[in-house]
Design a protein around this ligand. Structure first.
Ligand SMILES: Nc1nc2c(ncn2[C@@H]2O[C@H](COP(=O)(O)OP(=O)(O)O)[C@@H](O)[C@H]2O)c(=O)[nH]1
Ligand SMILES: [Mg+2]
Length: 308
């Protein structure tokens, strides 16, 4: 058990190597440098936090809190400071929720949304694999009917993950696929249905309308579905990811986030900005392109990995 935890942490740590090297390194050097906590120091701290995409609001808060704590004699040296920083970031990311809200009866329907290239299809594959290995029966739906390649891509992944797939023709009605998938899951006793969706249509309104239609059609079979709407965001998109999150949250009632490609960026702090600005918790993180490279989000591991 302990070994397994160690291995998982190693994956998170490896995935966050760039964030750790750039951000964790800079912060550790800064707070560990034995410097006086003066205006210049606080400015440098704020700049470093901002460069990590931690966001203006949280960076301001950290600096203000730190000032107060310094004045009250609660932090004095590098070690205290590092502990304070970690704790503040950890608190920001705290989650009260399970990975996914699994339904007690009937399939749990999960709609996966996000812009093109964010990592939706790959995330579905990884999630299907993960849920299968924990004993759940999974069905995936090829709801990105906009491009033929998207259907083929999901088919290949479904084979690899050994899960059932419901698909249709390219250019077909995505909502019909979603409906068929939910019906098939009910008939076959699947535990989870993961529905892939398009990330780009003719325009944004068109995309939102299609996603809304998928939701409505699913509800004809299961009135309280989808049980989760996971928004997939590419960490390398930085502040753009925050904008995307706003659009999808308003239009689609997103219930949680998946942040992908953390292995390719030093912008791991984006998780903190989004949690703060939108109140959406990160459920999973993607740390690579392989089937095993999806981890349930663990704030403690995340923060430890950044500062390790
Ligand atoms: N390095 C890395 N690449 C990823 C990750 N997740 C997805 N990708 C890659 O991002 C690209 C787009 O992914 P895809 O799932 O097709 O995105 P979609 O358009 O949202 O369905 C693919 O080349 C994936 O292999 C990740 O966590 N790490
Ligand atoms: Mg896709």
């Amino acid at each position: 058990m302990f070994k397994a935890i160690g291995k998982l942490f190693q994956k998170v740590k490896d995935g966050l190597t760039k964030t750790r090297q750039v951000i964790g390194g800079a912060l550790r050097r800064l707070v560990g440098g034995g410097r006086t906590i003066d205006a210049a120091f606080l400015q440098e701290l704020e700049d470093t936090l901002l460069s990590a995409d931690i966001g203006v609001a949280k960076s301001d808060e950290i600096v203000a809190e730190l000032k107060a704590k310094y004045r009250d004699g609660e932090v004095a040296k590098g070690e205290d400071l590092l502990a304070f920083l970690k704790d503040s970031l950890r608190r920001e990311l705290a989650v009260e929720q399970d990975e996914l809200r699994f339904q007690k009866t009937g399939p749990t329907v999960v709609l996966i949304v996000g812009v093109n290239g964010a990592g939706k299809t790959t995330t579905i594959a990884k999630l299907a694999h993960r849920l299968t290995t924990t004993g759940r029966k999974v069905l995936v739906a090829a709801g990105d009917t906009y491009r033929a390649a998207a259907i083929e891509q999901l088919e290949i992944w479904a084979k690899r993950a050994k899960v059932e797939i419901v698909k249709g023709e390219a250019g077909g009605d995505a909502a019909a696929i979603a409906f068929d998938a939910v019906a098939a899951a009910q008939a076959r006793g699947s535990d989870v249905v993961l529905i892939d969706t398009a990330g780009r249509l003719h325009n944004k309104e068109h995309l939102m309308r299609e996603l809304e239609k998928i939701r409505r059609v699913i509800q004809k079979r299961i009135p309280d579905a989808p049980h989760e709407v996971l928004l997939v965001l590419d960490a390398t998109a930085g502040q753009n990811a925050v904008q995307q999150a706003k659009v999808f949250k308003d239009a689609m009632g997103v219930t949680g986030l998946v942040i992908t490609k953390l292995d390719g960026t030093a912008k791991g702090g984006i998780a903190i900005t989004i949690k703060r600005e939108l109140g959406l918790a990160v459920r999973y993180i993607g740390v690579g392109e392989g089937m095993d490279d999806l981890q349930p989000f663990d704030p403690d591991a995340f923060i430890e990995a950044i500062f390790a």
